[in-house]
Design a protein around this ligand. Structure first.
Ligand SMILES: NC(=O)c1ccc[n+]([C@@H]2O[C@H](COP(=O)([O-])OP(=O)(O)OC[C@H]3O[C@@H](n4cnc5c(N)ncnc54)[C@H](OP(=O)(O)O)[C@@H]3O)[C@@H](O)[C@H]2O)c1
Length: 348
């Protein structure tokens, strides 16, 4: 397969850096452009990027000159790691100019004609891009991935929703500092502390899973019909969002059945064939004190969703914790998987 040219928008940020790292040696994509803000434009990536990942900046990226985030990029596919306020109009302009945009920003996620994708959960929603192109009169594409905390939660709810139905879901998140980008939360606010507020996060947690678990009827997404109540907290962990989940099912099930639903979860065959998909989609821990961000977030190179403490709940049916790597599965890795899915389906 001829490699497709891809650009990374916001390449100097935390998510942008993950893209750089994950795209090194990618079998289907080659990076042809890196962009940043006015602060970085015209400089080499070595000079303007404060690198936060283990190891060095790959040489091919370090020597590239950072370009403005605009519609003259030598690329077919665009991975956007821009802040939402910039992304909201720019990503639409790029799609209108024929680029295939895969976004991490929240601004276009809930638009009815924009697929909000986790391939393991709703690969069929990718077909929505055909309607998007007709409706908007463009040849480009805009596809988004979801909020990085919603990623692990939605993926873990998928087998329960399919097997037993869902009535109510209560969530309490413990979200890593890298979720706020760089410089993010100041050290004085973060160390020895928990911040019980993340702007807009609880609303996203309460709405995005319903779209992703919804049914595509050929013309629109009919959203899933169950309640979600979310508390979101920022905790002093570098990477990996952990969420405590308590669930009321439609049809009751034993803990053993639920454990089996998680451990036997397998998405559509096409998803298993994507280069960025992990071998193990959900890992269920039997140990009573796992998963933990420090020990487990790199499972499946950061692409596996980890579930543990699966227990009967004294008031509802079941509770568990779920952990997902926020800048890999919840951002850059998830976006790569989305683009791979559309290519594999012949949609771009
Ligand atoms: N961090 C996560 O875990 C995570 C997970 C899922 C989704 N997201 C979303 O992904 C996006 C990026 O997040 P991040 O954590 O990587 O943020 P970040 O570390 O703050 O990086 C922001 C990037 O955007 C660029 N940028 C800022 N203002 C710009 C402007 N006016 N024009 C063009 N480029 C501009 C920055 O370039 P310069 O360095 O050149 O200024 C930098 O490359 C956000 O929408 C975020 O909500 C983040």
């Amino acid at each position: 397969m001829k490699k497709r040219k891809v650009a990374i928008l916001g390449a100097t940020g935390l998510v942008g850096q993950r893209f750089v790292k994950l795209l090194e040696g990618h079998p289907w994509f080659e990076v042809s452009a890196l962009t940043g803000s006015a602060r970085s434009v015209g400089q080499s990536y070595y000079d303007c990027c404060k690198w936060h990942l283990p190891g060095r900046i790959p040489k091919w990226a370090g020597t590239m000159s950072v370009q403005p985030s605009q519609s003259s990029l030598d690329a077919e596919i665009i991975f956007s790691a821009l802040p939402s306020d910039i992304a909201s109009t720019l990503e639409l302009e790029l799609a209108a100019d024929g680029y295939h945009v895969f976004s991490n920003a929240s601004s276009n996620r809930m638009a009815p004609d924009v697929p909000l994708l986790i391939p393991e959960v709703n690969s069929d929603h990718a077909e929505l891009v055909r309607l998007q192109r007709n409706k908007r009169g463009w040849n480009g594409t805009i596809v988004t991935n979801c909020n990085c905390t919603a990623t692990g939660v939605t993926l873990s709810l998928k087998p329960l929703y399919d097997d037993y139905g869902l009535k109510r879901v209560f969530l309490t998140s413990m979200q890593a500092l890298s979720g706020a980008g760089h410089p993010g939360v100041s050290s004085l606010d973060a160390i020895d502390n928990i911040v019980p507020f993340i702007d807009g996060e609880e609303q996203k947690m309460q709405s995005e899973p319903l779209k992703m678990l919804g049914r595509f009827d050929g013309t629109q997404i009919v959203q899933a019909d169950f309640g979600i109540s979310a508390h979101c907290n920022r905790v002093p962990v570098s990477d990996g969002h952990m969420v405590c989940v308590t669930v009321e099912l439609d049809r009751s099930a034993s803990v053993e059945q639920i454990y089996t639903s998680f451990s036997s979860f397998c998405p559509d065959e096409i998803v298993s064939q994507l280069p960025s998909s992990p071998r193990e989609f959900i890992r269920v821990f039997a140990e009573e004190d796992r998963p933990q961000p420090k020990l487990d977030r790199q499972t499946g190179d950061g692409m596996t969703t980890m579930v543990g403490r699966v227990l009967a709940d004294s008031m509802l049916h079941v509770r568990y914790v779920v952990l997902s790597h926020n800048t890999i599965k919840g951002a850059a890795g998830g976006s790569l998987q989305n683009a791979e899915l559309l290519l594999k389906k012949g949609l771009i």
